[in-house]
Each structure stands twice: as C-alpha cells, then as structure tokens.
Design a protein around this ligand. Structure first.
Ligand SMILES: Cc1cc2nc3c(=O)[nH]c(=O)nc-3n(C[C@H](O)[C@H](O)[C@H](O)COP(=O)(O)OP(=O)(O)OC[C@H]3O[C@@H](n4cnc5c(N)ncnc54)[C@H](O)[C@@H]3O)c2cc1C
Length: 470
C-alpha cells in the first residue's frame, strides 16, 4: 500500500509547489505533491515559458525584417505560424516532464487529482482529500499543508473568453492562425508581451490601458520610453482609456472606447483580455477554517503562515507580486521554516520584475516616485544605451538605465532598465540591493567591456556626476 501520511503535503505543482516539495525532500521531510492538471503550473505550461518561446520567434521575425541594416539581403522570408506555436508547446512539455523527473528523483510522490483541505483532523494531523474524475477521494494526512494552487486570468463581464474572438492568455498562446488585427486590453507584463509578440509577427495591434500610462508599476520614465518604442513599432497605444460593451461581428469584435472624453470604436479580429489575475481560493477547503481571504488571495504572515496552524499559502495564491521567482522563493522559505531553520522574510523591494516585450524592461526596488513618497532624499543616475558601444554594435541603441540612490546613505534603492538584454542584467542590481550595497561598492565594481552591462556602472556613476561616456 502506498504511503498516505507525510510531514508535508503540497497542493499544487507550480513553481511554488514543486519547489517546496523538492526543498522539503532535501531537508529529509517526507513530502507529497497533489496536482490537478500539469506539473510546472501556469509558469511552465501557460505563462513564463511558452510566452518566452513565442517572443523568441517574434524577435527572430523582427531581425529577419531588419536584415539590410546588418548588410544582409534575403528575399521571400516567411514563417509557419503553426510550427512557431508547436515549438512553444514543445518547450513547455519538455519542462513539465523535467519537473516530473526531478520529483521522481527526489522520491516525492505526486498524487494526480484535485486536492482539498478537510476541516477535521486525524490524530492531530491535517487531512487532505484528493479527488479525480468523480471517484471516491483518497485521504492523505500530514503535519503541514502548503497551499500553492496559483491563480487564473481575471474575467471582466463582457470579456469572457469564447475560444473564438475573445482570448485570455491561454487562447493567445495557442492560436490556430495569426490574427491580422488584435486589441490587447491591459498593459501589465502579460498584455505588453502579447502586444509585442503579435506586432512583431506582423499583426495590427492596439494596446488599451485604463491607467494614465502603460506598465503602470514601472518607473514613469520607463513607461514613457516603452510607449515611444511601441508606437515607433506601429503599436497603437491608448491610455486613460475606458472600454464600453464589446460587440461580436462576423469576423471579430468591435469595442467602443473613450479616451479623455473622445469616443472611438476599435475593430479587430481578436481581443486579448489581460486585466489581471485572481487567486484559486475556491474548492480547496477554506470554508469554516480560520484562513482569511482578502479579495481573491489567502492572507499570510511574513513566513507564509495562514490563520490555521500548520497550513501555509505560497505563490500567486498568496498575492502580489504574481511572479514565479517570488513563488519559488516563498516555497523555500516556508519549507525551511517548517524544518526549523532560521529564515529571512522576503523584502518585496528586493524582488525583480521583468517584461520580455521588445524592448525588454526590468526593474527592482523603489521607483523614483515611490522613493520620494517613502520620504527618501534621492540621487538619480541615468545612462542611455545610445552611448554604449556594445548596444550600438548589436544594433540596439534604444534604451535607458536609471538608478535611484538614498542621498544620505548611498544605498541603492532601485534600478529601472529598458533596452536589449536588460532582463538578463537586472540581477546585478538585485544582488546590490540584497547586499544593501552603496554607490561606493558599485562604483568600485569592474564591469567587462564591451557589454551593455557597462551602462549599469555608468548609471551608478551618473547619480554622482561621474558618468564617463555621456
Ligand atoms: C501569460 C503569463 C506569462 C507570465 N510570465 C511570467 C514571467 O515571465 N515571469 C514570472 O516570474 N512570472 C510570469 N508569470 C506568472 C507566473 O506564471 C506565476 O507567478 C507562477 O506560475 C505562480 O506559481 P504558483 O506555483 O504560485 O502557481 P501556478 O503556477 O498557477 O501553479 C498552481 C498549480 O496548482 C494546481 N492546482 C490548482 N488548484 C489545485 C487543487 N485544488 N488541487 C491540485 N492542484 C491544484 C494547478 O493545476 C497548477 O499546476 C506569467 C503568467 C502568465 C499567465
């Protein structure tokens, strides 16, 4: 008979859940994962990874159409859209299988089914019911239960995905054909990545945002530069835009929109709704427990503990920022605390955020406005990529690196980047923030030449009037 009692049961096998299980196994805790659909969660199957595989294709398409700038000539360049989508699905499948392999190697059993907390205890241990296809549920028990059920797309009334004209991120990842025109509603990371992908594949794209600027969580200068870059690429950007009731037509959708009091109608073959996500708090047995839900997220303390002893929530289920690396970091912290290790609660200003549109955007810590709001006196440095040799050599001169320092202590408060490869470079500043480095250590750091990362150094020097190349 297979084991049913564990130290830890994790419900959900995404980057929160599977990482929690792997770490628990490393720490010699007996652990099981319950997963209803696919190991790797949204991240590997419907989020981070398949979007990046599609974006890689659109980057290549962009380059192919820019060949003369590099001295090349190629006629009749075309693409097979089905193959591009199939490649993205294959990458997801490979990684999901990789997670299954890692769990097997770590001897972590995976229960295939829907997991739900049972309010009653069995000999003082938590009960989890696992159901599959209407069969009688299997009962598992454990001392600790980690809820890692993730989140799904927020659905606005009138914008319910219909599998045809109205898409959420899921439909947008597996289109049968390339739409000629597309409206993307919502300009957070997900919306801008899809706008970028479809535009760079050749679609007419309109990006609609209700807030005053696109990418509203980013530093205002970065948002402005992103808008400028998108418009230069031919993306129509509407901000402070309120949409009315969508009408379906024979060939697509028609959406009334008002921008600063001026009415217009957007007509397109497809619309992608990217207006946020909601936590999967339903049907996991929270009713009648002391676990609190705030809107659609489980409330936890700094160590991911819920109001119910022995029950934890991590990742998207536990709220913003909705990022895979935040989910995995919480997973490790939560399990290490369960194992009795000393852990450090996460400081949200040390979590990087990346958007893989063209040009890429990456940031960590305080924006200039947030730093001022928090009462800091700041010193700000800026370095444009047009003054960077590697960026010019690569043919990627558009972009900016901006640093925000505490004027009193010299601590790096935040860094904001737009341009080529910045999602790979932001980690340098994340290490600086995690180590609470000041401008002195950063100025003394030697950056390799020629790299775009030299601009990170220059943006530090610029904050102290010492930039050398601008
Ligand atoms: C289009 C898109 C692009 C994204 N790109 C990025 C990116 O580039 N970088 C980044 O950091 N983040 C990105 N994200 C966000 C990222 O995917 C999430 O933050 C991350 O997946 C959260 O991990 P999680 O483990 O909390 O939840 P999830 O990944 O959602 O995993 C939850 C798992 O729990 C399972 N489950 C749910 N309920 C039950 C139940 N009752 N019983 C059993 N199993 C259950 C689900 O099937 C799922 O596998 C993106 C998201 C989307 C939608």
């Amino acid at each position: 008979m297979s084991q049913t009692d564990f130290d830890v049961i994790v419900i959900g096998g995404g980057p929160g859940g599977y990482v929690a299980a792997l770490r628990a196994a490393q720490l010699k805790l007996s652990v099981a994962v319950v997963e209803a659909q696919h190991l790797g969660g949204i991240c590997l199957n419907w989020g981070c990874i398949p979007t990046k595989a599609l974006l890689r294709a659109s980057e290549i398409n962009h380059l192919l159409h820019d060949l003369p700038a590099y001295g090349f000539k190629a006629d009749g360049v075309s693409f097979d859209f089905k193959k591009i989508v199939a490649r993205s699905r294959a990458v997801s499948k490979q990684l999901s299988a990789g997670v299954a392999h890692l769990l097997k190697k770590a001897k972590v059993p995976v229960f295939d089914g829907h997991g739900k907390l049972d309010g009653t205890l069995a000999n003082g241990r938590r009960k989890v019911l696992v159901s599959k296809d209407g069969a009688a549920p299997t009962t598992l028990t454990a001392q600790h239960v980690i809820l890692a059920t993730g989140a799904r797309a927020r659905v606005l009334p009138g914008l319910e995905p219909d599998g045809q004209f109205i898409w959420s991120y899921k439909e947008a990842l597996v289109p049968e054909t390339m739409p000629k025109s597309l409206v993307v509603i919502g300009s957070g990371a997900i919306g801008t990545e899809f706008a970028s992908f479809y535009r760079n594949m050749g679609a007419d794209v309109t990006l609609v945002e209700v807030a005053e600027r696109i990418l509203p969580v980013e530093d205002v200068e970065i948002s402005q530069l992103a808008r400028k870059a998108f418009e230069k690429q031919g993306i129509r950007v509407l901000t402070s835009a309120k949409i009315g009731t969508l009408q379906k037509t024979a060939t697509g959708v028609s959406i009334p929109v008002t921008v600063n009091g001026k009415a217009d109608t957007l007509v397109a073959e497809r619309v992608i709704s990217a207006v946020g996500i909601v936590g999967n708090v339903e049907k996991i047995g929270l009713e009648g427990t002391k676990i609190q839900v705030d809107r659609t997220h489980v409330v936890t303390d700094a160590l991911c503990r819920t109001g119910e002893p022995g029950v934890y929530a991590i990742g998207d289920l536990a709220g913003a920022p909705w990022l895979a690396h935040k989910a995995s970091h919480e997973a490790v912290m939560c399990v290490e605390a369960i194992a009795g290790r000393k852990v450090h609660p996460i400081d949200p200003t040390k979590i990087p955020g990346c958007t893989y549109c063209r040009p890429q955007i990456a940031s960590v810590g305080y924006t200039e406005a947030k730093a001022l709001e928090a009462g800091y006196k700041v010193r700000v440095g800026r370095f444009p990529l047009i003054a960077n040799g590697k960026a010019l050599a690569m043919g990627e001169p558009d972009g900016l690196i901006k640093t925000v320092f505490d004027a009193q202590t010299g601590e790096l408060l935040g860094a904001h980047m737009i341009g080529a490869e910045v999602t790979e470079m932001i980690q340098g500043y994340v290490i600086a923030r995690t180590g609470e480095l000041t401008e002195a250590e950063l100025a003394e750091t030697i950056f390799p030449h020629p790299t775009i990362s030299e601009s990170m150094h220059e943006a530090v020097l610029a904050a102290y009037d010492g930039a050398l190349h601008f």
